[in-house]
Structures are given as C-alpha cells and as structure tokens.
Write a protein that binds this ligand. Structure first.
Ligand code: GLY
Ligand code: MN
Ligand code: MN
Length: 354
C-alpha cells in the first residue's frame, strides 16, 4: 500500500529499522483501525498492529493485511519484536510519546537507538484521496442542510445554547456521527470572540450572530461559518460584513495549485488592513482538515507550503470589534488540478432575521 511504502522510504533514508506510530489519528490513517488503543510497528518486512484483547475482533475486521499482535504489556511485546527482528533503531513520534514512556523504553532496550520524529504521517495526510474528499464533501453537505433547516427557526428570544443544541441535533439526525467540535453560536458582543462558547445569552435586536460548526462523516470532519444579523442592519453591520465577505471571496478565488498558504492569507489580510481593520483580524486565514478538524497546511503568514491538488483548506477571515460584535465567513475548499472547488454551498449574502 502506498502509505506504507512512503513510510518505508523514509525509514531507508534515515537508516532506521522501525517506525512506531503512537498518534491515534495517524494509527487510523495508516491501518484503518478505529479503536482507542494500539501501537503500529512498520519495518522493512513487517507491518503489525499491537493492541489488547478488547480490540482483537475489531482489528480483524478493520485492518486486512495487518498482522495482529495481541499484547499483555506494550513493553514486553516490543522487546519480543526487537529480538525477533534484530532491531537496532526505532523512530517514534515525539509529539505523542510521554517522557515517562520514553524513559521506560530507554531502560528496557538500552541497545536500541530511539529517534524522535515529527510529521511523517501528517505530511502524507495533507493530500486527500478521492475517497477522503467524498467523505468531507458529505460532512460539508450535512452542515449546509442543517443550517438551511435551522435558519428559518431563528428568532430573537432564543438563547445561544438552544440554537447550538438544535444545530447539533439536525446534523446528527442527518447521519453525522459526531461534531467536528462543539458548535459555536456567539451573539451580540459574544460574536466578537472568535471561539465563543454558546451560553444563556438571549438573541436580541441589533445582534450579529456567528455560527461556526461542522460534523463528522465516516471519520472525516467539515467546518463552516456564517454570520447573520437580528433586525435591520445598521451602517456598521453592513460595513464590516461587506468587508469580510470581500476578503473571503478574493482569497477564495486565489486558491489553486502552486500558491502558498502565506500568499492566500496575505490577500485577505491586505483587504481588511487597507480598510483600517487589520488589528481586528488576529487569526490565520484557514487550515486544512480531514480526520481532525485542524490539520496542515495552514493558510497563515508563516506557512509556505505550496498547495497541491487534493489538499483541502478553509478560508475564514473575520473582523471582531470588542463590545460590538464580529463577523466571520468560512468555506471549505478543495484544491483541484486547475484551481479549486468550494465544498460549502450555503449562500453568503447577509441574512437578516426580521
Ligand atoms: N472554530 C474552528 C475553526 O473554524 O477553525
Ligand atoms: Mn469553523
Ligand atoms: Mn475553521
């Protein structure tokens, strides 16, 4: 399989014998195993999933082609495998092994070189397969459909929490297995908090309301944001909304293979800064997603990754005015051979609750 072949190439380049995966998301990506405990062992001749009694049947069903090694303790099993294969060096995922775990391994296997690594699998995850894109597309559709059903029910007098609950219910009713993250519903001054938690604030006249949400379909996440206004918008509402929308659409238009995340981020940032609101757009323009809601590459000042077909990014500029409110608009976009395709289909004209 392509993914394992790429790992083996890296092992060869690093002159190491084994790559050990501890990150549960990477474990799923490489093996298909959706359980919550296990280690993946990849050497030049062996690909094995180490897990305990609870998951034996699940591994058989989910991981064809993988050798199942049932553990009593991970260290005992690792010691056996090291002996069987004559292993002299192991590359592990340094962000996902605790200091305690590493100390134990160093004590148990003093003759094995243990080398930390970062991003081996995450780099593979950046380019999505057609099947992964279809899962994300469906998750995005569910978000669109849920929001379309939610909108006509929104009125002043409801609380943020009530609305967030309805939104989650609608997505789950349509088949979502989980939320990508707890839905954000921020109204009035709360809409100026990019990651507002829905509370018991009652929606009222003059509020911007930011909805930022997504769901999981077949393991894959979606993510979208829309902002509406309660009652007739005033000049300030229209000014900020139009500014964010312009920045969003211009940046979106530029998404294509060969562009970098930093370039796309700069397009939106310049439009917002030139209008005098640069200080009120304090986060990156977007991020990739997949099995997790935040993945690489990022659309940000500091990410110079060159976009390639099959990568997916969000484009989500915002302007947040403390005490008044904020606007964010977020679409999901897949990079194609000759440009991009937008996966979010909800309209972006300002929606006014009368
Ligand atoms: N609130 C998560 C995101 O849009 O990135
Ligand atoms: Mn979002
Ligand atoms: Mn996002």
């Amino acid at each position: 399989m392509e993914r394992i072949a790429r790992i083996r190439e890296r092992l060869q380049a690093e002159q190491a014998d084994v790559f050990l995966i501890s990150n549960p998301v990477n474990r799923r990506y490489i093996t298909g195993f959706t359980g919550s405990a296990g280690l993946v062992w990849i050497s030049s001749t062996k690909q094995a999933l180490l897990t305990d009694f609870r998951y034996v049947e699940q591994v058989k069903a989910e991981c064809p082609g993988w050798e199942l090694v049932r553990i009593e303790t991970y260290s005992d099993t690792l010691e056996e495998l090291i002996g069987q294969e004559g292993v002299r060096s192991i590359v592990f995922e340094e962000e996902y092994v605790t200091v305690k775990q590493l100390k134990e391994w160093q004590e148990r296997f003093p003759s094995v070189e243990l080398k930390g690594s970062s991003g081996w699998v995450e780099t593979l995850r950046m380019r999505k397969t057609p099947e992964e894109i279809e899962n994300i597309r469906r998750a995005a559709q569910i978000g669109d459909e849920a929001f379309a059903e939610l909108l006509p029910t929104i009125k002043s007098g409801l609380t943020e929490q009530e609305i967030a609950l309805r939104l989650e219910f609608l997505m789950r009713e349509k088949g979502a297995s989980a939320m990508s993250f707890a839905p954000i519903v921020g109204s009035g001054p709360q809409s100026a908090l990019p990651h507002a938690r829905p509370g018991d604030r009652i929606l009222s006249y003059g509020d911007f309301v930011v909805f930022d949400f997504g769901c999981v379909w077949n393991g894959y996440c979606s993510d979208m944001t829309r902002t509406i206004v309660i009652g007739e918008p005033e000049e300030q509402h229209l000014l900020i909304y139009d500014l964010v929308l312009k920045a969003q659409m211009e940046a979106l238009r530029a998404v294509a293979p060969g562009r970098t995340g930093a370039e796309i981020d700069a397009i939106a940032r310049e439009i917002i800064s030139e209008a005098g609101y640069g200080d009120y757009f304090g986060h990156g323009l977007g991020h990739s997603l997949g099995l997790e809601v935040h993945e690489n590459p990022r659309l940000s000042k500091v990410d110079n990754t060159v976009l390639e077909p099959g990568m997916i990014v969000t484009v989500e500029p915002g302007v947040y005015l403390p005490g008044f409110g904020g606007v964010r608009i977020e679409d999901l976009v897949v990079v194609t051979e000759d440009g991009h395709e937008v996966l979010t289909s909800t309209f972006k004209e300002l929606y006014v609750v009368k």
